[in-house]
Write a protein that binds this ligand. Structure first.
Ligand SMILES: *[C@@H]1O[C@H](CO)[C@@H](O)[C@H](O)[C@H]1NC(C)=O
Ligand SMILES: *[C@@H]1O[C@H](CO)[C@@H](O)[C@H](O)[C@H]1NC(C)=O
Ligand SMILES: *[C@@H]1O[C@H](CO)[C@@H](O)[C@H](O)[C@H]1NC(C)=O
Ligand SMILES: *[C@@H]1O[C@H](CO)[C@@H](O)[C@H](O)[C@H]1NC(C)=O
Ligand SMILES: *[C@@H]1O[C@H](CO)[C@@H](O)[C@H](O)[C@H]1NC(C)=O
Length: 434
């Protein structure tokens, strides 16, 4: 027999607690951050970018399908549409470095390589827009781009105008060949020129990546006022070692970074490398779980023409995406490491009845080669609800939702260097089976 107890007394107490707790969370976000006011990136940007997978391959004679050319971006735009990425929220198609001609035109404007982009950038942007997608491009604040193409130094205003004319919706502005100590000023100036074009352009900055990797702490107040997202640290490479180092850097620095995450302004641990050569399926789940809990931009860098379905399913996982895109934009934090398994928590937007849902991500840093059974309780993570939660393990196919109370042990068999993402939905009335 199934009957329900109404714990209304507890509910009232708990909802006051929840409201207080929620208020404190909100205050800790709002008191610090007064962000860029261009109305964009209210949730972490999602899209596709060439760099990690295709790098600076310009040899179109030998690699016509993989070189950095208009064809590559058209093909990716087609797949964003046909394979469900746009429906899932991935909307920006972003060109990274190496699209340039080595010379500016007679009027000082940037121009694309004429062989690889024979119809110009505007026509590529038009094509991408015609698919309902948005278009992003790359430039660099310094003398040169990282790959040695013309930089924007002394050309900020004209470059901002060129991008707006072309229909750019997202600018990744890199910082190679510039002075990292004073680099902030250039980015702040560029923001003014972008704003003056009147075109809404998501502004992705790289200045902390150059400062933090030189042991200098960046000014995140200025970043949140200037940029929609910023690359905090090193570039990602196609290896677990790289993913693990990035996660480790972000968790070590989380108390400094998390207050600046929120609608319109995001910390960016770099691209998703899911579906490439370097990560196992379980490691891909770990990247997706941690990127989702960190409210990181979800910018894929993978060949959408050849990605295997099981990797695509991770990228398209609706529940992971909804944790990532939670409207509060709180950057989750690493709260507990037990037997080399890292546990992160993130409060999600409260429901209308005031109840507080949570996401929990686990990442195994064990390399012993067999699944390891980890146990923990919600109380140990400071997560409580007197009536318990329903738990969903988002990468598990079994959709049965177990019922979990605060002090009940939750056991997961974590695969070595694998990840898991759990969503906890609070229950109002306790259902008791007799
Ligand atoms: C320019 O900045 C103003 C003030 O912050 C803001 O209201 C406006 O939306 C910005 N416009 C664009 C195109 O970014
Ligand atoms: C950081 O930037 C903010 C906003 O521009 C500024 O008010 C503050 O003085 C800066 N802090 C430091 C330590 O430079
Ligand atoms: C994993 O363990 C190694 C070795 O102890 C450590 O250096 C690294 O920071 C850990 N990574 C994470 C993400 O915890
Ligand atoms: C839980 O909260 C207590 C008291 O505020 C704190 O000392 C402890 O570190 C927290 N634990 C976790 C896992 O957040
Ligand atoms: C699905 O999960 C539930 C709850 O954890 C468990 O009782 C059940 O045995 C699982 N079913 C399968 C087919 O794994």
């Amino acid at each position: 027999m199934l009957f329900s107890h109404n714990f209304s007394r507890y509910l009232q107490i708990s909802s006051i607690n929840m409201t207080l707790k929620f208020f404190m969370i909100i205050m800790s976000v709002l008191t610090v951050v007064n962000g860029l006011d261009n109305g964009l990136a209210r949730t972490p940007p999602m899209g596709w970018m060439q760099w990690e997978r295709f790098r600076c391959l310009t040899d179109c004679d030998n690699y016509p399908d993989e070189c950095i050319s208009h064809k590559l971006f058209r093909a990716m735009a087609d797949h964003m549409l046909s394979d469900g990425y746009l429906d899932a929220g991935y909307e920006y198609v972003i060109i990274d470095d190496c699209w340039f001609s080595h010379k500016r035109d007679n009027e000082g404007r940037l121009q694309p390589d004429p062989d690889r982009f024979p119809y110009g950038i505007k026509s590529l942007a038009d094509y991408i827009h015609s698919k309902g997608l948005k278009f992003g491009i790359y430039a660099d604040y310094g003398i040169f781009t990282c790959a040695g193409y013309p930089g924007s130094l002394n050309h900020l205003e004209i470059d901002a105008h060129t991008f707006a004319e072309w229909g750019v919706d997202y600018l990744k502005f890199d910082g190679c060949y510039s002075d990292y100590i004073t680099i902030d000023k250039g980015y702040i100036e560029m923001d003014k020129y972008l704003n003056a074009t009147d075109r809404p352009i998501v502004y992705s900055c790289s200045w902390p990546a150059y400062q933090e990797s030189n042991d200098m702490e960046s000014n995140y107040t200025a970043l949140a006022q200037t940029c929609n997202l910023w690359r905090n640290w090193d570039d990602i490479d196609d290896s677990w070692e790289s993913v693990s180092e990035i996660i480790s850097w972000f968790s070590t620095n989380q108390d400094r970074l998390a207050p600046f995450s929120g609608p319109g302004h995001w910390n960016d641990p770099d691209m998703l490398i899911i579906g490439n050569y370097g990560l196992s399926l379980e490691q891909c789940k770990a990247q997706m779980a941690i990127w989702s809990i960190m409210a990181a931009p979800l910018i894929m860098s993978v060949d959408l023409r050849t990605i295997d379905a099981e990797f695509r399913d991770i990228i398209l996982n609706k529940e992971a995406i909804s944790v990532n895109q939670d409207p509060l934009g709180i950057m989750g934090r690493l709260v507990l490491t037990r037997n080399k398994i890292n546990i992160w928590t993130k409060p999600l937007q409260p429901r209308e009845d005031g109840q507080q849902p949570y996401a929990i991500a686990l990442m195994s840093n064990r390399t012993d080669g067999y699944p390891y059974k980890i146990g923990f309780t919600l109380t140990e993570l400071n997560i409580t609800n007197p009536n318990g939660f329903q738990m969903k393990d988002v990468f598990e196919k079994n959709n049965t939702l177990p019922f979990i109370t605060d002090d009940e042990k939750i056991y997961l068999r974590m695969k070595p260097t694998g990840g898991a993402l759990l969503v906890f939905t609070p229950i109002e009335e306790q259902l008791i089976v007799v």
